[in-house]
Design a protein around this ligand. Structure first.
Ligand code: BMA
Length: 318
């Protein structure tokens, strides 16, 4: 089936870019097994992707790829941009899946990413002003934790973090707050898994929350376990603008999922894993960057008005 329409021939909310995948190991300036799950941000009028690159030992690092139109002619740093810290607590087996926001309060970019080491995956934070030098602020919360992003602003003086700890084997999306990016509290479950549904096994934040007039737009992945592993699909939610721990809408259906060959065949089949989004104000389009089958980077594009119209009519979760 064509991946631009559903089984009834209706146009899908997210249209795949016709030249997908936009980045693959063969494009990389040095040997890589996989390039996927990128953070995305606009810097000096260019799209910057901070791509997770898995080397031939199976360890990941992060490398910048820049493009003027966010689709073509990627200029990729010739060596790893950010390697993992060489210590046992954080990142001894690599760093993965960055999310990037411009932090209004601090006038710098915050990159949250997963550090992999003996204690399990943890969410770590680094900051940068230029994507050339980086300050590492260390792990934020205990393992096991993944899929984290800060909000770009503070709420009544507190930073807010969306993340996905695994507690008693349950993998829900949580929100936590901090006055200083160091001490975290006021933890609450934000978006739980839904037993029996397409997002029954795990949920995790995709790109950082996006401010809209209707609320914070959340694009998240949901996993269902099948006989041949997990299927990673994508859903939407809206959070209250002032009180972001309140979920005001949540899509019942997934809005994006594996269909194309490069999403079905790779190191992990059946995975679409969005991790970066950029809104193009000129075209009113949202460009969603996602890892496909843990192997390559895909791009899917949605019209922002159509997206908001869809999420506006999603039910209020019970
Ligand atoms: C998640 C993360 C992602 C990965 C996905 C599918 O748990 O580790 O990095 O893309 O699984 O394998």
């Amino acid at each position: 089936m064509e991946s631009s329409v559903d089984h009834k021939g209706r146009k899908l909310l997210f249209q795949r870019y016709e030249k997908n995948p936009i980045l693959a190991p063969a494009n990389w300036p040095y040997l890589a097994n996989a390039v996927f799950n990128p953070g995305a941000v606009e810097v000096d009028g260019e799209t910057l992707l901070l791509v997770r690159v898995e080397d031939m030992r199976g360890f990941s690092h992060l490398t910048c790829a820049r493009s003027k139109d966010g689709k073509t002619n990627w200029e990729i740093d010739s060596t790893p941009t950010i390697r993992s810290a060489k210590n046992a607590q954080e990142g001894m087996w690599g760093i993965e899946d960055p999310r990037i926001v411009w932090l209004e309060e601090r006038q710098e970019y915050a990159i949250t990413y997963v550090s992999f080491s003996r204690g399990g995956p943890v969410v770590s934070l680094m900051t940068t002003k230029d994507f050339r030098t980086f300050i590492r602020l260390g792990a934020l919360l205990p393992p096991e934790d993944k899929d984290a992003s800060l909000f770009p602003c503070c709420f009544k003086g507190r930073f807010a973090l969306i993340h996905r700890p695994i507690i008693r084997g349950e993998a829900h999306i949580w929100i936590s707050f901090s006055p200083d990016l160091k001490y975290w509290g006021d933890h609450r479950v934000l978006i739980p898994t839904r037993p029996g549904w397409w997002d029954s096994h795990k949920v995790g934040l995709g790109p950082p929350p996006i401010r809209t007039s209707l609320g914070w737009l959340i694009i998240y992945h949901g996993v269902r376990l099948t006989a041949s592993g997990g299927v990673y699909r994508v859903g939407l939610a809206l959070l209250d603008l002032e009180e972001p721990w309140k979920v005001i809408r949540r899509s019942e259906e997934w809005v994006f999922g594996p269909m194309e060959n490069y999403e079905q065949v790779g190191d992990v089949p059946g995975v679409t894993f969005p991790s970066g989004a950029i809104i193009d104000k000129k075209t009113n389009e949202l460009r969603l960057y996602y890892g496909a089958a843990d192997k390559v980077v895909g791009l899917a594009i949605a019209d922002v008005d159509e997206l908001m119209e869809y999420v506006r009519f999603c039910p209020m979760p019970q």
